[in-house]
Design a protein around this ligand. Sequence first.
Ligand code: COA
Length: 503
Amino acid sequence: MNKENRIHSAALRSKVMSANEAASLIQSGMNVGMSGFTGSGYPKAVPSALAKHIMDANLNGKRFKIGVWTGASTAPELDGALAMVDGIEMRLPYQSDPTCRKRINAGEMEYIDIHLSHVAQFVWFGFLGKLDVAVVEVAGILEDGRLIPSSSIGNNKTWLDQADKVILEVNSWQSAQLEGMHDIWYGTQLPPNRQPIPLVRSSDRIGEPYLRCDPDKVIAVVETHAPDRNSAFSPPDANSKLIAGHILEFLQYEVKKGRLPRELLPLQSGVGNIANAVMAGLNEGPFENLTAYTEVLQDGMLEMLKSGKLASASATAFSLSNEALAELNADLARYRERIILRPQEISNHPEVIRRLGVIAMNGMIEADIYGNVNSTHVMGSQIMNGIGGSGDFARNAYLSIFMTPSQAKGGTISCIVPMASHVDHTEHDVQVLVTEQGLADLRGLSPKQRAKTIIENCAHPNFRPALSDYYKRALQFSPGKQTPHLLDEVFDWHLRALRGERM
Ligand code: COA
């Protein structure tokens, strides 16, 4: 293990201990605010040590469960390890861990899916109860005790401010050159004393590069040298390329129509392979001098920064493959000039997103013929991941785009359905739907006009006739003609899929 000294505060150096000792300071029943966002900047040692304590307690017949609050998804060493030993009573917000997902869907773990911009303020408002401990990864500690943030910021500022006690993990694997990349704004207030957030360009810096932390609250400092999750992205498949192509064509049309400037408006790109493919498409497209005001910086955006297509990017976290990380670290001093990591309450803030006029592009599970979008629940009841920041961006964006392949599970399931089995984004927040089949521009259309456009442009040909048939009969027999539906058959498609039949 190659540990360099990253702890320059004598007071905090005196609190260094093992992960095992630090974990023993966390008691059953506590709410623990952990760092971590989309597999970066999460604590690498204390959660796994805590999982061992929980397992020991369970073997001795004792119940040991904690509340786990994070920025967003973490990694197997945190969510996976704690879920494996059934140590999580309540999890919030976004997660994507398979073991967590299994426990949540089995009814063994409570899960609150909150808009990511809401989490910090809900804690400040006292809506979620008391935060007992913060466990936060940092890249280093300055002599005066200020903290150099890690590869994500997420809710760390709030955890450090609000928790009674703090455990710091100082990870020397994170590049020391991260110092200076972050922008932590300490101007948030509680209503009625709130002030406008002074951010008018996506690349503005409005705060300071360090996190503040009361050293008296720090009960342990743990040194680590461990990598982030850094999962690889699949190369864009045929469907993702088609989706990216439709979006590019649409954006070019909008520029031609004078509804978007030539360098577009700040881009927000969601999680996953399709979002990454759209960035790859933009990287080869005609637009120059682009900007990003987003939540997660994935490989595709880093490529665009490298090529120069993207002038700057603001996010709250990285989510990179190993190759992209190597590229970033090799030239971090230069990238640092053009990348800003902010707290998620700012990266996802409705006020800022609305002001900047963000172009939001997010994935979805299904949409219905009227444009209501389900981002989170398979067949209406099984959580996939969570709403993440998609709602923060969709409602407040200049343009809100949702994308998905038109079919799932080998063509047995249509991602365009008569009625969404769960709604995260209502028809009012969805302006454009895209599948590999095409793009439906829903702006200025009534529900009936939307239905025709979505079925014609986005549905797979295998499902289009059945959707058209449903819509025509709904038009004829629905008691209301504003948003026609046949309530007695509206979920037949899902019921068939649940029985293992084709939708
Ligand atoms: N019915 C059933 N299952 C479906 C489905 C549908 N209509 N649509 C997708 N799925 C399944 C896929 O088969 C796949 O399952 P698998 O993992 O067993 O193969 C899984 O859902 C993921 O789908 P995929 O096509 O790989 O999409 P993705 O990686 O682009 O993820 C979301 C799509 C919706 C799950 C993802 O975008 C998400 O979690 N979104 C919500 C949060 C968000 O938008 N965050 C960004 C804000 S900044």
